[in-house]
Design a protein around this ligand. Structure first.
Ligand code: SF4
Ligand code: MSK
Length: 656
């Protein structure tokens, strides 16, 4: 068993981990320990199960076997495995995006139907009617997205525009022509576009039509599976080029659609103050944790928890009210838009249950450990799964249907409220620690803050007050002490006057340690230039841009700066990092950052070291192909140094 200080730097996790140990509850850290030693072939990426002649593995020390039964060598196997990881990550993000687009379409079609039935026309045309399960909360964003896509907005109702935009988005998933994605064409600056177009030719593979420009989101994912089927693609270069293409379909397709259409449906985030960490759970309230990724559900839970009838019921059952808090990325979605407090990041999902104060953990998709059900059995907590594609044995299944969103959300909240009397008060132990911070830095909110332009940031970079920008993203991983690398890398970069923008579990980590407070700029962890800039503009030295799919906000921001300077994104003094990467989605994000021109650091070594050619392509050759590559470095101090050196190199190339 580990000591509590070894698992996390977060005092709430430390306390709850210790408590879990006292109660004999197994957590992620014990399960990781039981897996030791983890398979060396797997860690190096040199095992293959792609057909039933296998499984095959390659001798990592140069001896036999050097090839799988079919003849695939280490590099082919490593590249194929990596492509499958990228495809799975891209699929997860993009299926999320599809769900959002379908929700917008369904809402627009329902408005059309209700209109025909004689319900109030104006409200339905504005998609603002309460009779609809989902409204368009940000019509201006809808118009802006439509304009980007080249859709005529004049004389059209919000309902008509919503339908048209949803249809263009859905077409990007399944179209069969060779044209690049409509969303990519609408959002990407021509200089970066040209790099995508020429990338394959530069890599010596001119037969890639349109280079690495994705044609359809689903098609690139399907082709990834096809290419990696036994006996298909065996050249690590072409396999990895298709990996870039698939990841770009995620970035400038699936994830972008998710972010943009979520803003349309639920509102574009504006700067707002909120709180983070397990201390946001309340002793006298019904606590509901929304966990997963899709705000299509969590938005409705937040609404249902404000229902006077359900609040009254909670009070009748002895609670003061209903307290909804978030976990992981669905938590970040409602944090960004409504200031709903976030209870923690990935490694705190079990810890939240161990407080004994959670009536229900309502889960949708991605990053939800099946172990939550086992931990919940030790308490009164109910795990409620809601997605038709994610069922947890032992959980309560209340599957979500957008058409009956309000009714189902109320049923879920009622289930949580009715569970309150089952709470054992003596077993409740909520850590006190929580931290406040400013969140909600969408691209629109950043532009608004700086007077409608990014010039102040650009000028500060040119002057050298800010040396560059780092996008910090991604997960927790129990192989790394929770939040340790997130915070160390953040501080090391800020000390060197690098402005931070970030998403996902990194953003939750940063918030827990006060980094999203403007006064953090006064600490020794922030360099003088960045401090001056942050104070001048009244911002924290790091900006929370949202959830995992919102990594696209970072790309759109970088793209706007690149447009202003008339250069591709790869020319900018910008770096990315996933200090505690864990998911296949993080692999896709890292790949699309690199493909888009942002050199990206990974703090957890991905399973590629068994393929020397693959490693060379990822860490060196990609510079010549897309202008960026991967940095892999587990030590956070060394990593920050390498990232800073890259920023300084880019500054030099730009002549600043
Ligand atoms: Fe082995 Fe080749 Fe089959 Fe993979 S595809 S399991 S390397 S025979
Ligand atoms: S939740 S993908 S652990 S960031 Fe998006 Fe956190 Fe990584 Fe899941």
């Amino acid at each position: 068993m580990k000591k509590y200080k070894e698992v996390s730097i977060d005092p709430t996790t430390q306390k709850m981990y210790e408590r879990a140990q006292e109660l004999g509850i197994e957590t992620v850290w014990e399960r990781l320990e039981k897996q030791q030693p983890q398979c060396g072939y797997g860690l190096l990426g040199i095992c293959c199960r792609n057909c039933m002649m296998g499984p095959c593995r390659i001798n990592p020390f140069g001896g036999e076997p050097k090839r799988g039964v079919c003849g695939a060598d280490a590099d082919t196997i490593v590249a194929r495995n990596l492509l499958r990881m990228i495809a799975a990550g891209a699929a997860a993000h993009s299926d999320h995006g599809r769900h959002v687009a379908l929700t917008l379409l369904v809402a627009a079609e329902m408005a059309e139907k209700f209109k025909k039935e004689g319900k109030p026309v104006l409200e339905l045309d504005n998609m603002a009617s309460n009779t609809l399960p989902y409204q368009v909360r940000d019509p201006e964003k809808l118009k802006a997205v439509a304009k980007r896509l080249g859709i005529e907005t004049e004389g059209k109702s919000i309902r008509e525009l919503a339908k048209e935009v949803a249809e263009v988005a859905l077409n990007d998933f399944g179209k069969q022509d060779e044209e690049p994605l409509a969303f990519l064409k609408a959002y990407l600056n021509p200089k970066t576009y040209e790099i995508f177009e020429k990338a394959a030719e530069k890599a010596g593979m001119p037969w890639f039509e349109n280079g690495i420009l994705p044609r359809s989101i689903d098609r690139e994912i399907v082709e990834s599976l096809h290419r990696t089927h036994i006996g298909t693609d065996h050249d690590p270069v072409s396999i990895l080029l298709h990996g870039l293409k698939t990841a770009l379909g995620d970035a400038w397709g699936g994830s972008l659609i998710a972010t943009e259409l979520q803003d349309v449906l639920f509102g574009t985030p504006k700067v707002i103050k909120a709180e983070a960490n397990l201390g946001v759970l309340k002793e006298d309230y019904v606590n509901i944790v929304v966990h997963g990724h899709e705000p299509v559900l969590s938005e409705k839970i937040v609404e249902a928890a404000q229902d006077p009838e359900l609040i009254e019921l909670a009070q009748k059952l002895g609670a003061k009210g209903i307290n909804v808090v978030g976990m992981c990325c669905t938590g970040l979605e409602v944090l960004m838009r409504h200031g709903i407090p976030i209870a923690g990041n990935f490694l705190q999902q079990e810890m939240a249950i161990v407080t004994g104060a959670v009536e229900a953990m309502v889960v949708d998709v991605q990053c939800i450990m099946p172990a939550t059900v086992d931990v919940a059995r030790c308490f009164h907590t109910k795990i409620i799964d809601t997605s038709p594609i994610a069922t947890f044995p032992g959980a309560i299944h209340i599957k979500f249907d957008e058409r009956r969103a309000d009714e189902i959300a109320k049923e879920i909240v009622r289930t949580a409220v009715e569970n309150f009397p089952n709470r054992s008060k003596q077993r409740v132990e909520i850590p006190k620690e929580k931290m406040s911070g400013y969140v909600g830095f969408s691209v629109e909110a950043i532009l608004e803050h700086f007077g409608g332009t990014l010039k102040p940031i650009e000028e500060a970079i040119v002057e050298g007050k800010i040396k560059g920008v780092a996008g910090l993203v991604g997960c927790n991983n129990p192989k790394v002490k929770q939040d340790h690398n997130h915070i160390k890398i953040a501080n090391e970069l800020m000390k060197r006057d690098v402005l931070l923008v970030g998403t996902g579990c990194w953003a939750t980590a940063a918030m827990k340690y006060g980094i999203f407070l403007p006064e953090y700029a006064d600490t020794e962890n922030v360099g003088p230039g960045l401090r001056e800039f942050a104070k001048e503009w009244g911002i924290p030295p790091a900006l929370n841009m949202g959830s995992c799919v919102d990594c696209t906000r970072i790309l759109v921001l970088a793209d706007l700066v690149a447009r202003d300077l008339n250069v591709p994104i790869s020319a900018l003094p910008v770096v990315g990092s996933a200090p505690e990467a864990m998911t296949e989605k993080a692999v896709s994000i890292g790949t699309y950052f690199v493909a888009s021109g942002i050199t990206t650091h990974l703090g957890v070594v991905p399973p590629v070291l068994g393929g020397p050619k693959v490693v060379k392509i990822l860490t060196q050759d990609l510079y010549d192909i897309v202008g960026a590559a991967f940095i892999v470095e587990p030590d956070p101090y060394k990593a920050a140094k390498l990232m800073y050196e890259h920023i300084m190199k880019k500054r030099k190339e730009l002549g600043i």
